[in-house]
Design a protein around this ligand. Structure first.
Ligand code: GDP
Length: 131
């Protein structure tokens, strides 16, 4: 997902370019906005964390880009491309180092396992929206 801060800052195209140049194939893509209810559902795993309310408010604050990406070793390679959650700790050249504002408003989301990638893909896309 390209998160609301990155979309609002005009970084959508640059981030998609980095994703394609890193060898990911875009299988599905959608420009949409999450309601607070849907953002809360997407991040339900964090519902007990102190920043949950802030996270839900931020993730529903504006449009996002959701995508399903395909590549060998996609989960690990995408997390390498995006960098650490906190941009202050993200490696040079990563998407978060370049475009994230803070640990909360950090430009992009990447699934943390193949299992969660499948769940999150199903959250946004039907089988007819995948190519
Ligand atoms: P990720 O897998 O790198 O996205 O990190 P996590 O799964 O740990 O956290 C999910 C998302 O919650 C992050 O990408 C941030 O947007 C947000 N988040 C994590 N930690 C914090 C925090 O300490 N404060 C705030 N406001 N948001 C946070």
């Amino acid at each position: 997902m390209i998160k609301p801060d990155a979309v609002a800052d005009g970084n959508m195209g640059a981030i998609l370019k980095m994703i394609e140049e890193a060898g990911f194939k875009i299988i599905a893509m959608k420009y949409t906005r999450l309601s607070a209810e849907l953002a809360g559902k997407f991040y339900a795993v964090h519902s007990e964390r102190p920043f949950y309310g802030e996270l839900v408010e931020y993730m529903s604050s504006g449009p996002i880009v959701a995508a399903i990406l395909e590549k060998d070793n996609a989960v690990a390679d995408f997390r390498t491309l995006i960098g650490a959650t906190n941009p202050a700790e993200a490696a040079e050249g990563t998407i978060r180092k370049l475009y994230a504002k803070s640990i909360g408003e950090n430009a992009v989301h990447g699934s943390d396992s193949d299992e969660n990638a499948a769940i999150e893909g199903n959250f946004f896309f039907s089988e007819f929206e995948r190519f």
